[in-house]
Design a protein around this ligand. Structure first.
Ligand code: DC
Length: 225
């Protein structure tokens, strides 16, 4: 049985925080696939291309080189030799990533990269279509979710800690529109794979979620113990 863990779920469910901790505890590599879509969105928006301009996207997609490297255990995204790991975290790029993620050529390109990474070493990979499309044979699949207000509150807390001004209603509406877009696109929409275990994190702490997932993983695949 392989040692792949796929974690999917909507925006702000805590996937990256949780996936990173699960990976650390189990000695696996954490792969954040959302960062790859963000890298492509950054490249295209810097060229003035929008998510609806499929012709231009197809024309540019092969000029993009995305490399994934690790610095002190943290995943870094290198876009054509530039480390863009911080630049991809703006609200504009969050919105754009969800738009570019609808384009089949973007998804095909990243699918290859994601599978290549998983083939090298056992991974905990998070995203929207990992259990359903990228790693359909992953031995452990988790669908992580939380109430939309709880997700918005967590995001607000993070932004306040960074000293930013926030409006919970705006954040909630951004999250809802991204979920809507991610769930309703034609290719690889956000769905819970039939063999994924649903974990609702609304009333759980980070450590409780991590422990829940590790228990699920060890029950499914004793090689994790
Ligand atoms: O997880 P995130 O917020 O960093 O992801 C940014 C966007 O990328 C998300 O709104 C949808 C897209 N995405 C995707 O379509 N498939 C994935 N496997 C990961 C992310």
């Amino acid at each position: 049985m392989n040692k792949e863990i796929a974690i999917d779920g909507p925006a702000g469910a805590g996937k990256s925080t949780i996936a990173k901790k699960v990976a650390e505890k189990l000695g696996l590599i954490y792969v954040d696939t959302g960062a790859m879509f963000r890298g492509i969105a950054l490249y295209m928006t810097e060229k003035g291309i929008e998510g609806s301009e499929t012709g231009k996207i197809k024309g540019e997609i092969n000029n993009i080189r995305l490399d994934i490297v690790y610095e002190n255990g943290e995943q870094q995204i290198i876009l054509n030799d530039e480390n863009v790991s911080k630049l991809i975290r703006s609200p504009e790029i969050s919105k754009a990533a969800s738009e570019f993620a609808q384009v089949p050529e973007v998804r095909e390109r990243l699918l290859l990269l994601q599978r290549e990474l998983a083939a090298k070493r056992p991974v905990v990979m998070d995203g929207r279509d990992i259990g359903s499309k990228v790693l359909p044979d992953a031995s452990v699949k988790i669908f992580l979710t939380a109430d939309v207000r709880v997700r918005a509150e967590r995001r607000c807390k993070e932004l306040i800690e960074k000293g930013e001004k926030v409006n919970i209603e705006d954040i909630m509406s951004d999250i809802k529109s991204r979920d809507e877009q991610d769930m309703n696109r034609k290719v690889s929409p956000l769905i819970q794979a039939s063999d994924a275990v649903l974990v609702d994190t609304s009333s759980l702490s980070i450590d409780e979620v991590v422990d829940t997932i590790i228990k699920i993983a060890c029950d499914k695949n004793p090689d994790f113990i």
